[in-house]
Design a protein around this ligand. Structure first.
Ligand SMILES: Cc1cc2nc3c(=O)[nH]c(=O)nc-3n(C[C@H](O)[C@H](O)[C@H](O)COP(=O)(O)OP(=O)(O)OC[C@H]3O[C@@H](n4cnc5c(N)ncnc54)[C@H](O)[C@@H]3O)c2cc1C
Length: 410
């Protein structure tokens, strides 16, 4: 049996960074990764370009992790976006910030981010065991025994960084939840997040690819409004997507209804009464002319007319009250029922996981088992799109390593 100071389970960004940060004191650090290579999901991040973090204040970050954001406060303040970029810049990576605040390596290659992490692991003597899927972690008195098919390692500290359940072919198959459960931890039920929605009786398939900037919509469950959201929105061949949908998918479930305000009206009431007036005064004007004058693409406007059963030749004077009503509702509160959320094969992250109530937010250590740490997506933490998840993974890793080794990166 080989003995280490720290054993890290999982070679994604959270695990690699924990290992790097712990290794500075020259301790013996082992990282066990089930795949032939580390960071398979990291390589896919930002469509292979790696949206590593977001520019801006940490106060803004704390609005981007749903209801569990507070847990991350210490981690994000201890290792901010600036700290993250400084770490990589010091190792030769340059960055570019897009107009929307997303930060990418200048090369637009995730591989370059991963390479920095791997080189740093090597430089600091982290022993990486590839193709070593951890089967079990047990604690015998003060020592953990970590077992794979090929090795049994002992250590006084174990860090679980096995990720969530999304994109399971990258290696994240929820193993960390099993380990956590065996140590008596509660697992908050998991669900795909940052995922598109499939819509029941979807009517917009032929407009797939049409996008809306900052579309606002309300979310309803069993007739009760549960939220109002806004963001860029995309019609797909089977439903809806875009940051404005996927960022809030953590709050949604099958059967929910979203009501979309396609015309971007600040006040739906004011828009409806203005359009009603225009249509009433239109007399011989074609309804289609008025609808096409709205801030919509012609294709979209024509689809709205089709869905409302308004013919090319219909004049305003001929518009029935019921059809006018349907038109107003289609434009401002169009209902789409969520058939299902995209599964783990398309969801960028997992919501749910190891309950943060049982983890110390200042150290990432288990409140139940001393010297057992959890970092990254294995925890019940999920961020919006925009670099928030990798930032969270590295900030948590930093905090755990700091607590483990009481050291701070300069
Ligand atoms: C398509 C896609 C695009 C994304 N784009 C972005 C983006 O641009 N910006 C952003 O911030 N976030 C992005 N994310 C999310 C981000 O990649 C994840 O949140 C992040 O990788 C989580 O890091 P992690 O280290 O916690 O887990 P993971 O990256 O999932 O790594 C976990 C590792 O643990 C290993 N492992 C699991 N079980 C075991 C075991 N039993 N034994 C040994 N090893 C094990 C796995 O093989 C894996 O290597 C994206 C996700 C996806 C799927």
């Amino acid at each position: 049996m080989k003995n280490y100071d720290v054993v890290v389970v999982g070679g994604g960004p959270a695990g690699l960074f924990t290992a790097i940060m712990c290794a500075k004191k020259g301790w013996r650090i082992a990282l066990l990764e089930k795949n032939k290579s580390c960071g398979r999901k990291l390589l896919m991040a930002g469509a292979g370009k790696c949206n590593i973090t977001q520019a801006g204040e940490m106060a803004h970050f704390l609005t981007c992790y749903g209801e569990n954001a507070r847990f991350l406060k210490q981690a994000l303040l201890s290792f901010s976006n600036e700290d993250l970029l400084a770490f990589f810049k010091k190792r030769g990576l340059e960055f570019v910030t897009m107009e929307n605040g997303k930060v990418f390596p200048k090369s637009l290659k995730s591989q370059d981010v991963l390479q920095v992490l791997l080189v740093e692991c090597e430089r600091r003597g982290v022993e990486i065991y590839y193709e070593h899927a951890v089967d079990s972690i047990v604690k015998e008195e003060e020592t953990f025994v970590v077992t794979t098919q090929k090795e049994r390692l002992t250590s006084r500290v174990v860090v679980v960084a096995t990720g969530g359940l999304s994109y399971p072919h990258t290696g994240s198959t929820g193993d960390g939840f099993i380990f956590a459960k065996q140590f008596g931890h509660k697992i908050v039920p998991t669900k795909p997040a940052l995922t598109p929605l499939k819509i029941k009786n979807y009517a917009w398939a032929d407009l797939s690819g049409t996008s809306f900037e900052a579309l606002s919509y309300t979310l309803w469950r069993q007739g009760k409004k549960i939220g109002t959201y806004q963001g860029d929105f995309l019609l797909t061949h089977s439903g809806v997507s875009g940051p404005g949908i996927i960022n809030y998918s953590r709050y949604m479930q099958s059967g929910d209804v979203i009501k979309c305000n396609f015309v971007g009206a600040d006040s739906i009431e004011a828009f409806r009464s203005q359009l009603t007036k225009t249509l009433s005064e239109g007399k011989k004007t074609l309804v289609k002319t008025i609808v096409r004058d709205l801030p919509l693409t012609k294709r979209f406007a024509d689809k709205v007319l089709e869905l409302c059963g308004i013919s090319e030749a219909l004049k305003c004077a001929e518009l029935t009250k019921a059809t006018r009503q349907k038109l107003l509702t289609t434009l401002t509160e169009y209902e789409m029922e969520v058939k299902e959320l995209g599964g783990y094969h398309v969801a960028m992250v997992t919501t749910g996981g190891v309950s943060i109530k049982e983890i110390k937010p200042k150290t990432m250590e288990s409140k139940k088992v001393p010297n057992l740490y959890f970092v990254g997506e294995v925890l019940d933490i999920d961020g919006d799109t925009g670099g928030y998840n990798i930032q969270a993974a590295l900030s948590m890793a930093y905090l755990a390593a700091k607590a483990i080794g009481e050291q701070k990166e300069s």
